[in-house]
Design a protein around this ligand. Structure first.
Ligand SMILES: Cc1cc2nc3c(=O)[nH]c(=O)nc-3n(C[C@H](O)[C@H](O)[C@H](O)COP(=O)(O)OP(=O)(O)OC[C@H]3O[C@@H](n4cnc5c(N)ncnc54)[C@H](O)[C@@H]3O)c2cc1C
Length: 592
């Protein structure tokens, strides 16, 4: 008997409510929250001396796809306080959450790892962390959101921006995601249409690989003449240390590691940051420009923890939290243009990340502040034309944020040409103010970097899960449990495979379906056809469709997704389109 079908969902025919505001901020990360705070500060000081008819009272809306601000925030993090100090000089007195100060007595070391050895090596002063602070970014943004709300900013958590609204090439605002649509694109239960949020200016601060920015940037040609963006994937756990571990690591201690277990030619490294309350933040970043389609960054992270240095730290501790997220690290030459008609880009969405230092929080805050200063001038003059918004770009070009990124402008691209080239380029970069071996090195998008399988028919090497002992090392499913990630199963899949046939034909043959390996949350699996019913883009409602030569189809476990965006970046054919799920769903990160 065939299943009964519900009322078809046709987004074009839906009548939606409109909500106007002055400034719409998409994403409650440090960039947009700093923007909101700075704008309110400027308005308040303007209003102190302005005549009544010149006083300003802008409506500022922040929307955030996490159910609560901070739920989707994951970072290292050692924060350079330069940004927050500029935004709020009394940040410490106001209770900014610090896990530990990297003080004179703290460890601040770069370790070169061999399989069982470790050796501290010299690093240039730019990579020193003394005077910085260890933070948990999801605590930081919760605090920033409280500051913003106390100044009168409206923060709407649980609202995901699904679509940019345009008039030609002018951005008018953003439509939030419709709720109550089943996976077969039919209305179910209580259908709630998304709202059209219209603003005088919209700011995209979606973080890494923004699902709106990804389409907006090429549409408005903001990436014209720029390098392609490249990314790393950070896989992270927070542990509660036992007594032995707490003897070894104090809050504010900072270790970075290089080499083992990353395969030769793979960019990346590890971190160990001492937090408050006996916790430790550990993680491994892997450059997504790796070539082996069977490489599994999550498995590498697990292997990294078995190094004697890590093992001795963690052995009497316990896992508390897990998460993963990508990092845009192409640097200055990969940054898109920062403004267009009706829209500004801030933070990671604008590529504001210093890959050499693995730091972006201070730059995100600074970009938000610069954007706020431009918006404030627009508000005063009642002029939000593209020309006026362009002042944000000009302000950035003369700021310390640009100066910092310009000094490392060829850093990441150097390593795309091999480790030796990368190291020489870095050394020369120090002498030449960031120029290195060339005026501007090009960069290639990560998905272009794969080697094909030998013979194009072989199978990829599966990860040996017998190595995961459930004490020190965990498989992806166990780790996902510690991310708190949840999605309603019966909704339109937020991982859209636009050409499903390719997965079971060319992708199996040419690359062995790397999505099963690169995803750190076990979202993608190749399974026998019978197991894919209802969760495979190759199969229809009745479970019929095309399988690959081994009789397998792709199964998408969308509810596991931790919103890291790796699939959108590293899929070799660029046929996975990450879109926002219904608002409020996804990971529930704490202490990350
Ligand atoms: C593994 C890792 C380690 C790092 N380590 C460090 C470090 O040690 N020091 C440091 O300074 N920096 C570090 N960074 C970088 C730093 O975290 C980022 O540069 C910074 O968080 C960028 O801030 P943002 O506001 O641009 O974006 P984010 O902090 O990513 O915030 C973006 C927000 O937008 C929301 N959002 C996205 N799309 C939508 C949408 N369509 N609708 C509604 N909401 C949306 C997201 O849920 C998120 O809350 C690290 C990053 C990672 C991933």
């Amino acid at each position: 008997m065939s299943e009964s079908h519900g009322e078809p969902y046709n987004p074009a025919e839906i009548t939606r409510e409109e909500m106007p505001c002055d400034v719409l901020l998409v994403g409650a990360g440090p960039a947009n929250l700093a923007l909101a705070i700075r704008l309110k500060q400027l308005v308040a000081s303007h209003n102190e001396s302005a005549a009544d008819d010149k006083k300003l009272d802008p409506q500022i809306y922040v929307i955030e796809k996490g159910a609560e601000v901070g739920n989707h925030q994951l970072s290292g993090a050692v924060m350079d306080p330069r940004g927050i100090e500029e935004l709020m000089p009394d940040w410490r007195e106001k209770g900014f959450p610090v896990e530990g100060d990297v003080g004179p007595g703290s460890a601040d070391k770069m370790l070169k790892l061999g399989e069982t050895s470790h050796k501290a090596i010299w690093v240039p002063p730019i990579m020193h962390n003394r005077g910085k602070v260890v933070v948990s970014l999801n605590k930081v943004v919760k605090w920033l959101a409280q500051q913003a709300e106390s100044l009168g900013v409206n923060v709407f958590a649980g609202f995901a921006g699904a679509e940019v609204l345009y008039d030609g090439k002018r951005v008018l605002g953003v439509r939030t995601r419709d709720m109550g649509v089943n996976k077969w694109s039919e209305k179910k239960g209580e259908f709630m249409p998304g709202v059209d949020l219209k603003a005088r200016v919209t700011v995209l601060g979606e973080g890494t690989r923004g699902s709106l920015a990804k389409h907006l940037i090429p549409k408005l040609e903001l990436d014209k003449g720029r390098n392609e963006q490249v990314y790393q994937l950070g896989v992270k756990e927070v542990w509660k240390l036992g007594p032995k571990g707490q003897e070894k690591l104090k809050p504010g201690d900072v270790y970075h590691t290089m080499k083992w277990p990353l395969p030769k030619g793979v960019f990346g490294g590890g971190w160990i940051y001492g937090m408050a309350d006996g916790m430790v933040s550990i993680g491994l970043v892997t450059g997504l420009d790796y070539k082996d389609p069977a490489l599994d960054p999550h498995a590498l992270f697990q292997k990294w923890k078995t190094h004697p240095f890590l093992k001795s730290l963690l052995e009497d501790g316990e896992l508390l939290h897990y998460g993963a997220k990508t990092i845009p690290d192409g640097g200055y030459f990969s940054q898109p243009r920062l403004s267009a008609d009706g829209v500004l880009l801030v933070g990671d969405t604008a590529g504001m990340l210093n890959a050499m230092r693995l730091k972006g929080i201070h730059l995100a805050i600074k970009s938000g502040m610069l954007a706020a200063e431009t918006i404030f001038e627009c508000l005063k003059d009642g002029d939000f034309s593209a020309q006026r918004l362009q002042r944000y770009q000009n302000a950035y070009e003369t700021s310390w944020a640009k100066e910092e990124l310009f000094k490392v402008r060829n850093f990441r691209q150097g390593f795309q040409r091999g480790e030796f080239f990368g190291m020489v380029n870095v050394a020369l970069g120090f002498i030449t103010g960031g120029r290195g071996l060339a005026g501007r090195l090009s960069a290639h998008a990560d998905y272009r970097e794969y080697h094909r399988l030998p013979g194009e028919g072989g199978t990829t090497k599966p990860v040996d899960k017998s190595n995961f002992d459930d004490k020190l090392t965990f498989d992806k499913l166990k780790d996902v449990y510690f991310s708190g990630s949840k999605h309603e199963e019966d909704q339109l899949c937020h991982l859209q495979v636009t050409q499903p046939d390719i997965c079971v034909t060319r992708c199996t043959r040419e690359y062995g379906n790397p999505c099963q390996h690169f995803c750190p949350a076990n979202v993608y699996e190749m399974v026998p056809k019978a197991e894919g019913k209802g969760a495979s883009p190759q199969l229809n409602r009745e479970g019929e469709g095309k399988e690959n030569a081994q009789g397998l189809v792709l199964k998408i476990n969308a509810s596991n997704c931790v919103h890291c965006k790796t699939c959108d970046i590293k899929d070799p054919y660029q046929i996975i389109n990450w879109v926002v799920p219904e608002g409020g769903q996804g990971p529930v990160y704490t202490n990350l």
